[in-house]
Design a protein around this ligand. Structure first.
Ligand code: ACO
Length: 136
């Protein structure tokens, strides 16, 4: 089978409904939980970090380099912010495809967080991955 040609463009307001639908299917996470995950006060520091909350590709389009391309864009964006020190994210400890992806993109695994995720009453560990952006 031939690989499809992938084109990238900025998202538009009219994409929102489709994106919300895809996101809900890949990440059954509630908004209140998102706020908890982001619960640190970045305003207290003059250094900033970029956080990737969720990253997902519709399964028929996987293994085509889409996630890698999106991460490269985030790194480019973070590098354009002079106060930004790093891009970081959490990944559940058993998600090997994602862990391979972040390692391949030169993210460093900083620590394992015990019971970081609570899914259907079960606690799961997460890894914290960081990509350090060159300060200028
Ligand atoms: N098994 C092993 N390694 C994999 C796999 C896999 N199934 N899929 C991707 N990788 C790794 C490989 O190292 C791959 O490099 P290679 O092709 O040279 O071997 C590298 O990732 C890059 O692959 P991409 O094609 O760029 O990744 P893709 O577009 O397929 O997206 C993703 C990867 C996002 C993990 C996708 O499988 C997905 O959406 N999974 C479900 C949702 C998910 O788990 N998201 C990540 C959660 S963590 C978070 O959101 C912060």
């Amino acid at each position: 089978s031939t690989k499809p040609k992938i084109c990238y463009r900025p998202i538009r307001p009219s994409d929102l409904e489709t994106l919300e639908h895809i996101h809900t299917k890949l990440f059954p996470i509630r908004e209140s939980e998102i706020v908890d995950l982001l619960g640190y006060d970045s305003a207290k520091s003059d250094q900033t970090l970029v956080y990737i909350l969720t990253l997902g590709v519709v399964d028929t389009y996987r293994k085509l380099g889409i996630a890698s391309s999106l991460i490269k864009e985030v790194i480019k964006y973070a590098s354009s912010i002079s106060t930004c020190r790093a891009v970081y994210l959490h990944v559940i400890s058993y998600n090997n495809p994602a862990i391979f992806l972040y390692k391949k993109m030169s993210f460093k695994c900083i620590r394992r967080l015990q019971g970081f995720y609570l899914i259907n009453g079960q606690h799961y560990d997460s890894y914290l991955f960081m990509y350090y952006v060159m300060g200028d």
